[in-house]
Design a protein around this ligand. Structure first.
Ligand code: PEP
Ligand code: MG
Length: 884
């Protein structure tokens, strides 16, 4: 029989799929003997069943009743007992943390009778009525769907704590008026409906938006944690706080957190009242503080990682409400991983497993040059690092509207709530005037990699007037500010940016202590760990040299068409317009020297390493002026009664002759080489002469010739014959023996499906996953992103763009076929990839699994690819046991 409910004492952290992250960690803390208020978890499986059918799965009600009875027996109190009520909290907790996205209901079990019992047992009349009004407020908004603002307004009308009893009357009236129903008095009904509401909160709009952005699967569902209430708001000897075992921004060890006396956890996370630094707890309640420090050490040792925790002190007694391996900034991730490996807490393999290419990419972004900036306009908490500027906006809708129009915006709020999520997604940075490092804004911004400064108290927001003031300075909506999330500062206007020290390390090798050193050591371990090689896509000697500094071991794709731009476009034009063989040969001869110089410089920059030079790929019309532009020029000359420029007339007729309806499927790639006489010979001669020159100069040139857009082995065979003939000629002329491997792109489905035949003619394969994606999906990569992609992402048809992250099911299948069948026909065939996916972390893992020899990506992504190739090579399970 399926069990849908599990006591905290029964589970452990390995059950996160079933119990959600929060439930699994509550169970783990219970298991290791930490003080956790007793409770039980309703599993994600129950939630999935509920969401699928709209009804509670059979047996759930009885199981909940059974666990509740056990809880009551252990506590010696009954839920909602009028004399001494047991009260419960009901909280969501999915597999992956979705901060503030789903629902929480506190104080379940209070009603008109038990509120008196709570008043008597606690000795605090106001506290009891305040707890009751919280329950009605949370239950009303979450379970009964009443607009939360109505409660907030009623609360604002009776701010005096002595008026809580009257406030309960007000709240109950709101419930009655809005729903035609009395606030339910039966504690069991309160519990049942709360659990259901938490299940349903999985599907709220804001939860869906969050999941899409964080790539969390839609079908996981949430667990529900039902737990004995402990009260941080039971007087001055009570309180609640959040803490990290290390600084989540830098990774440094110390006491980091916020504490709020006489308050419940919700008050801290919402950032509504200002907290005190956790260190002050030592003077407020030394016993609890010391115990907390010991628990934090226990947790770090147990989880062997930075943990974040939520705790409550109820009348001098400490309770742990949550822990998890904490979110952290990219900088902290690298520093903590290296520190833990240095301490011997984890091994270096596991350290690699703890960082990601995405984090590394973030560290390579620039920051502000504040040298000439003067004093910032305001300071706050450096909640999420990085540098960003944009136009000030005051609400989520405006942020989304302006961002959609291409504007950079900074969202400025008192504090944020989950409803601000779309605005936070749209904004470059978030600035709040209230709240600390653990406020909603801070937690969510860090998770998304958004720049964030919180608690900038000097910022006085007048949202109605759409402006904020700091002292005498008024900043209106639309004005630009620069937000420095690393320093916690806000500047007026747009500050200049400077490169990151991590980027400088890759550029120059300058190895500063701190984050740069951590990155350097992890990269060294990555290079020693990965199986796949990493090359770069580069078309200029400068890019080649940079790629080499960034750790590329060769060039996987040199797009030679990029060598025909600018001034040289005219030379291609002359070739296209040539009217006879002699004219064409003359034009081609003019292209030879610049091509040869390019290749020589590239081979020099990558001396000793492979340089894969691809023959011309794009349709030739791309080298000619735009049709409309030419037509207008010719027509207006004629309309003015004059003679149009004869060159324009010839160009226009060439453009018209070459027009294709689907140029990406037309005369391009290998097809060009086979129909334009002399084109292959020109390019191969340039390569051959460059190789000969480098050899004569004592270099070690390793040119490889690559043929694009091959469909059949016959195409490749014909090109190969020509290449061999030209290289033999060059060898004869120069007296230097020149040979080059000849390989092919695999970028059409037919090529992948006939890889065995093509392999017979190819020295290597390079997967062109850009074209392969385009042709497998039948999507034009240049058009779809602007037209319907966002709708597809919105509707969940696509989770990622297949042009960014390789589609494993479809394109990936072709990749596997190409690798397996190519190698079956030609054992040891070298296979790489040079599409954009070569620098995408998820895709890199796939290429490792598919057995590729190397990935090739743009120079700036080379470090990311090196790191991810190593992470892909970590043997699952071994990383963890590699602990010293
Ligand atoms: C590809 O198609 O994946 C590729 C690398 O070639 P290009 O992007 O130049 O078409
Ligand atoms: Mg291509």
């Amino acid at each position: 029989m399926v069990r849908y409910v599990q006591d905290f004492a029964e589970g452990g952290r390995e059950q996160a799929d079933l119990l959600g992250g929060k439930g699994a960690n509550l169970a783990e803390m219970t298991r290791i003997g930490l003080p956790v208020p007793p409770g039980f978890t309703v599993t994600t499986e129950a939630c999935r069943a509920y969401l699928a059918t709209g009804a509670e799965p059979e047996g759930l009600a009885q199981e909940v009743a059974g666990h509740l009875a056990a809880l009551e027996r252990a506590a010696g109190r009954r839920l909602g007992d009028p004399d001494d009520p047991l009260l419960l909290s009901v909280r969501s907790g999915a597999r992956y943390s979705m901060p503030g996205m789903m629902e929480t209901i506190l104080d379940i079990g209070l009603n008109d009778a038990s509120v008196h019992g709570l008043a008597r047992t606690s000795g605090h009349e106001d506290f009891a009525w305040d707890s009751y009004r919280r329950l009605i407020q949370m239950f009303g908004a979450t379970v009964m769907g009443i607009d939360g603002a109505l409660f907030a307004e009623a609360l604002a009308r009776r701010p005096d704590p002595g008026q809580r009893r009257l406030l309960v009357e007000d709240f109950r009236r709101i419930v009655r008026e809005r729903t035609g129903e009395e606030f339910p008095q039966d504690p069991a009904e309160q519990l049942r409906r709360s659990v259901r509401a938490v299940f349903s909160s999985w599907n709220t709009e804001r939860a869906r938006v969050y999941r899409r952005r964080e790539h969390i699967p839609e079908d996981l569902g949430t667990a529900v944690n039902v737990q004995t209430m402990v009260f941080g708001n039971a007087g001055p000897d009570s309180g609640t706080g959040v803490a990290f075992t290390r600084d989540p921004a830098t990774g440094l060890q110390g006491v980091y957190g916020d504490y709020l006396a006489d308050a419940q956890g919700e008050d801290v996370v919402a950032g509504i009242r200002n907290t005190v630094p956790l260190a002050e707890l030592e003077t407020i309640d030394k016993k609890s503080y010391d115990q907390l420090m010991r628990i934090m050490e226990t947790l770090e040792n147990h989880y062997r990682d930075l943990c974040d925790i939520e705790f409550t002190i109820e009348r001098g007694r400490l309770w742990m409400l949550q822990t998890r391996v904490g979110k952290r900034t990219a900088e902290a991730a690298f520093r903590i991983a290296a520190q833990l490996a240095d301490e011997g807490t984890i091994g270096w393999d596991e350290a690699l497993d703890r960082v990601s290419g995405e984090q590394l990419a973030r560290l390579m972004f620039p920051s502000f040059d504040t040298a000439g900036a003067g004093e910032p306009l305001a300071r706050g908490v450096p909640a999420s690092p990085g540098a960003a500027f944009g136009a000030v906006v005051f609400d989520s809708a405006e942020a989304a509207r302006r961002a959609a129009a291409g504007e950079k915006v900074v969202l400025v709020r008192g504090e944020t709530t989950p409803d601000d999520l779309p605005g936070m997604v749209a904004a470059q940075a978030v600035l709040t005037s209230r709240g600390g490092k653990t406020s909603h804004a801070a937690v969510v911004a860090r998770g998304m990699g958004r720049v964030c400064v919180c608690g900038a108290e000097a910022v006085e927001i007048d949202a109605a007037a759409r402006r904020f003031t700091v002292g005498g300075t008024v900043v209106a909506e639309g004005e630009t500010v620069s937000v420095d999330g690393s320093a916690g500062a806000v500047h007026l206007g747009e500050l200049p940016l400077v490169g990151s020290p991590v980027m400088r390390y890759f550029e120059t090798g300058e190895r500063l202590p701190g984050v740069v050193d951590a990155v350097a050591r992890l990269m060294e371990h990555a290079d020693a760990t990965r199986r796949m090689g990493v090359r770069a896509n580069a078309d200029t000697p400068e890019d080649a040299a940079r790629a080499r500094r960034f750790g590329a071991r060769g060039i996987g794709l040199c797009r030679t068409e990029h060598m025909f731009l600018g001034e040289r476009r005219r030379l291609v034009e002359a070739m296209i317009l040539a009217e006879d063989d002699a004219g064409r040969e003359k034009a081609l001869a003019a292209l030879l020297p610049p091509q040869r110089e390019d290749f020589t410089a590239m081979l020099e920059a990558m001396d000793g390493l492979p340089v894969t030079i691809r023959l011309l790929d794009p349709p030739l019309h791309e080298f000619l002026p735009d049709h409309t532009e030419l037509a207008v020029r010719v027509a207006s000359a004629e309309a003015a009664g004059g003679e149009p420029d004869p060159h324009d007339v010839r160009l226009l007729s060439a453009v018209e002759r070459m027009h294709e309806h689907n140029p990406m499927l037309g005369l391009r790639g290998v097809r060009l080489g086979l129909v334009v006489p002399g084109l292959i010979a020109l390019q191969v001669r340039a390569v051959g002469e460059a190789v000969a020159r480098r050899l004569r100069d004592g270099g070690d040139p390793r040119a490889e010739i690559m043929v694009p857009l091959v469909d059949t082995s016959d195409e490749l065979r014909l090109v190969r014959e020509e290449v061999d003939a030209v290289l033999a000629e060059v060898s004869r002329e120069t007296g230097v023996e020149v040979t080059c491997p000849v390989g092919t792109m695999i970028e059409l489905p037919r090529a992948a499906l006939t890889a065995d035949r093509i392999a017979a003619e190819a020295d290597f394969f390079s997967l062109g996953t850009n074209d392969l994606t385009q042709t497998t999906w039948g999507l034009s990569r240049d058009d779809v992103e602007a037209s319907f992609f966002s709708a597809y992402l919105e509707r969940g048809i696509l989770r990622d763009s297949p042009f960014e992250t390789l589609d494993r099911q479809g394109v990936g299948r072709l990749v596997r076929i190409a690798v397996e069948e190519g190698r079956a026909a030609r054992p040891g065939l070298k296979v790489g990839v040079c599409g954009e996916h070569g620098g995408d972390p998820d895709s890199v893992h796939f290429f490792h699994q598919a057995g590729l020899d190397y990935v090739s990506c743009s120079p700036f992504r080379v470090p990311v690819a090196r790191l991810e190739a190593a992470r892909a090579a970590l043997v699952p399970g071994r990383a963890r046991s590699a602990t010293a």
